[in-house]
Write a protein that binds this ligand. Structure first.
Ligand SMILES: *Cc1c(COP(=O)(O)O)cnc(C)c1O
Length: 383
C-alpha cells in the first residue's frame, strides 16, 4: 500500500446512501457494448432485448411470465386494469409505503383502504387487513384486491395474507419494488402471489438507467391481457384496439442494461446480505435493527433502523458526511391527497410511529468494511 489514503477513509468524503457509480464502474464496458448493439439494430421499442429480458426474469423468479412495462407504478396499475378494478371497489394498501399502490387504485376510481404494518419487519399486518376488509364491507364497497409491499427487501407474509384474501375472495398483488431476488420459505418473489409488480427505478436493487417495471405471474391470461394493455389495448395488430390501454413499455435500451445487471445480481445480493449481517451484529443494542421473519430472506433494498432519537441521529450522521434517508416520513393516510380514505377501526398506529422512528443508512453492494465501520462508529457515538 502506498501513502495515499483511500478517499472513503477521509472525513471529507461523502458516503452515499446508494452508490450507483461503483456498480457502473464494474459494468461499464458490458453496458456500453449492450447499448451499442441496440443502436446498431435500431429497434428501440419492444426490440429483441425486451423479450430476452422477459425470459430471463421469468426464469430468475421461477414464474411462467414476466411482462415488462414503463415503471413499477404502471406494473401495479396494469394488474388492476387487467382485473377490471373500478369505482365501488376497495383495494387494500399499506399506509406505510411509497405512494404508488394507493395512487393506482385512486386513478381507476376505486377506493384505497389503508392497512397497518407490523413494527419489526414493516410488512402488512394480517389482523389489520381483516379489519380493513370489515370496514370496506361496512361502507358498501366491494373488496377486490390487496397490495402488500415487500418493504426494504423482505417479502410480506403471503401465507397469512393469502389465506385472508382467499376467504374474502380478493386478489393478492405483491408490490415487489424492493424485493426482487428475495424468498420466503424457499419460494422466490414473483411466485409468492398470483401477481407481482416490480420496479427498475435506478435506486432499486435491480435498477436500470431510467424508469421501468415488470409484472410477474403464472397466469397466462393475465400476462396476455397486460401485453395488450401496455400497448394501447392492442389486439391482433397495432391498429386493432380491443380495450382501453396505456403506452407503457420498457425501452429496449433499458432492457439491454438490465440484462447485463441481472448477470451480476445474485452476487450483488450476496454482498448486500453480508453487509446486513455485519450491521446487525455491530448495531445490536444501539438502535432497533431490522428483523427478518423465519424463513424469509431479504435483498436489503434499504437497511432501516428505528430510534426514538431518529432526527438527532440523522443530523449527526449528516455532519460526519454520511447520507441517510427516511422512508417514509409521512404515512399515506396523512397525505393531503389521501387523507379522507377508509381504514380499520383500530387505526394505523404503527404506520404513524414508524414514520417518526425509521432511518435508512447506507446500503449497496459496494459498501466497503472501512466505510461501514465508520458509519457504525458514528451511530455508537451519537446514541
Ligand atoms: C419505487 C416504488 C414503487 C414505484 O416504482 P416506480 O418504478 O418508481 O414507478 C412502488 N412501490 C414501492 C414500494 C416502491 O419503492
Amino acid at each position: 500500500m502506498g501513502e495515499r489514503v483511500p478517499e472513503q477513509n477521509t472525513a471529507a468524503a461523502r458516503v452515499a446512501l446508494i452508490d450507483l457509480k461503483a456498480q457502473l464502474e464494474r459494468l461499464k464496458p458490458a453496458i456500453e457494448t449492450a447499448i451499442g448493439r441496440v443502436l446498431a439494430h435500431g429497434q428501440y421499442i419492444l426490440g429483441p432485448e425486451v423479450a430476452e429480458l422477459e425470459r430471463e426474469l421469468a426464469a430468475f423468479c421461477g414464474v411462467a411470465h414476466a411482462v415488462t412495462c414503463g415503471s413499477g407504478t404502471d406494473a401495479l396499475l396494469l394488474v388492476l386494469m387487467a382485473e377490471g378494478v373500478a369505482p365501488g371497489d376497495a383495494v387494500f394498501v399499506p399506509s406505510f409505503t411509497f405512494v404508488s399502490a394507493a395512487e393506482v387504485v385512486a386513478l381507476l376510481g376505486a377506493t384505497p383502504v389503508f392497512v397497518d404494518v407490523e413494527p419489526n419487519g414493516f410488512l402488512m399486518a394480517a389482523e389489520s387487513l381483516e379489519g380493513a376488509i370489515a370496514e370496506a364491507t361496512k361502507l358498501g364497497l366491494v373488496p377486490r384486491a390487496a397490495i402488500p409491499a415487500d418493504l426494504f427487501g423482505q417479502p410480506a407474509d403471503y401465507a397469512s395474507l393469502g389465506a385472508i384474501a382467499a376467504e374474502a375472495g380478493i386478489l393478492i398483488l405483491a408490490d415487489a419494488a424492493h424485493s426482487l431476488g428475495a424468498s420466503r420459505n424457499g419460494i422466490p418473489v414473483g411466485a409468492l402471489a398470483p401477481a407481482t409488480a416490480t420496479s427498475f427505478f435506478p435506486a432499486k436493487p435491480l435498477g436500470c438507467y431510467g424508469d421501468g417495471g415488470a409484472v410477474l405471474t403464472n397466469d397466462s391470461r393475465t400476462a396476455s391481457t397486460i401485453r395488450s394493455l401496455r400497448a394501447h389495448g392492442r389486439g391482433a395488430d397495432k391498429y386493432d384496439n380491443v380495450r382501453v390501454g396505456l403506452n407503457s413499455r420498457l425501452d429496449t435500451i433499458q432492457a439491454a442494461i438490465l440484462i447485463e445487471k441481472l448477470k451480476i445480481y445474485r452476487d450483488e445480493i450476496a454482498r448486500r446480505e453480508s453487509i446486513a449481517r455485519r450491521y446487525n451484529k455491530a448495531l445490536d443494542g444501539l438502535v432497533a435493527t431490522p428483523q427478518l421473519a423465519s424463513g424469509a430472506t431479504s435483498v436489503w433494498a434499504q437497511y432501516t433502523v428505528r430510534s426514538s432519537e431518529r432526527d438527532r441521529l440523522a443530523r449527526r450522521l449528516r455532519e460526519r458526511g454520511i447520507s441517510t434517508g427516511v422512508y417514509y416520513p409521512r404515512p399515506l393516510h396523512l397525505q393531503p391527497a389521501y387523507a379522507q380514505l377508509p381504514r380499520p377501526a383500530t387505526g394505523l398506529p404503527v404506520s404513524e410511529r414508524l414514520a417518526r422512528e425509521v432511518l435508512s443508512i447506507p446500503m449497496h453492494p459496494y459498501l466497503d468494511e472501512v466505510t461501514q465501520d465508520r458509519i457504525v462508529a458514528t451511530i455508537r457515538e451519537a446514541v
